[in-house]
Design a protein. Structure first.
Length: 276
């Protein structure tokens, strides 16, 4: 074994959904390991995505930031073309975009269901469809999808049921593409987290005040407390705590690097023992 196999120096990465939380953590982690990183998100007005790109450049890496709706084939094609123009290739694709609703799956309407599947299934599929031909020409590549513990077992929280369904689809998409693309030396794997630290409560743009839960009945709670109150808490995780962004990024660097050259079609649980 050589530690140099974990290096991403000279690699070109594209991270989808990188403006905050895990997406941001993954992008910065890949850059820290040596990769040039293009970051994209649907929301660029907040300036968060640009700030991530600037942090990557501050490490001495190349970076571009792009606004992209990954449910649109036209926009995905344009995004990939811009990345190729800037970097000359794509060695690593990370699909991290997330969309869900704070409703039981039986209470979802058609519009909400389409939003869920457009981002979490169609979006992942479109990016892989556009990037994999480039990787085929290059003769190698690593694709990493974000699934979840919720995609591997039925979730106790009713509001997570819709998320669990689409995340289970991503897990199977990962395995199927691993079979299709493996002969081209393209590895396709996924990371399945449990609870992770949050800068901003994910999905809160789609949550009404009535739907937010605060069991401690405090007026001012942190974004982390909001998430833990809504989801199953760290008391259900053997390690007894949530994961850090750095811990999640370490898993991504491993799967993106030559250190995992024989890892393909794997769902890597980075969950503190939740699935044990």
């Amino acid at each position: 074994m050589s530690l140099s196999e974990f290096s991403l120096k000279g690699k070109k990465a594209l991270v989808i959904g990188a403006r905050r939380n895990m997406g941001k953590g993954f992008a910065l982690g890949l850059a820290e390991a040596g990769a040039d990183v293009a970051v994209t998100d649907l929301n660029t007005e907040s300036g968060q995505l640009k700030a991530v790109s600037e942090q990557i450049e501050a490490m001495g890496r190349n970076s571009i930031h792009l606004k992209t709706d990954i449910s649109s084939q036209k926009e995905v094609k344009a995004m990939v073309e811009e990345v190729i123009q800037a970097f000359g290739g794509i060695d690593i694709l990370m699909n991290v975009a997330v969309m869900y609703h704070m409703k039981s799956v039986v209470d979802l309407d058609e519009e909400s269901w389409e939003q869920l599947t457009n981002v979490n299934l169609k979006g992942y599929w479109l990016t892989i469809q556009e990037v994999s031909p480039i990787m085929k020409k290059q003769g190698s590549g690593s694709i990493i999808n974000l699934t979840s513990r919720g995609g591997l077992k039925a979730h106790a929280d009713k509001a997570m049921g819709n998320y669990a369904i689409v995340k289970s689809g991503i897990a199977m998409m990962t395995r199927q593409y691993a079979r299709y693309l493996g002969p081209h030396n393209i590895r396709v794997n996924a990371i399945a987290p449990s609870l992770v630290e949050w800068e901003e409560f994910p999905g809160q743009e789609n949550i009404t005040d009535k739907e937010k839960r605060n069991p401690k009945e405090k007026k001012d709670i942190s974004e982390q407390e909001k998430f833990e109150a809504w989801s199953t808490g760290p008391e259900n995780i053997p390690l007894g705590r949530v994961a850090t962004f750095n811990e999640m990024a370490n898993a991504a660097v491993f799967l993106a690097s030559d250190a995992s050259s024989y890892v393909n079609g794997t769902i890597l649980n980075v969950d503190g023992g939740y699935m044990a």
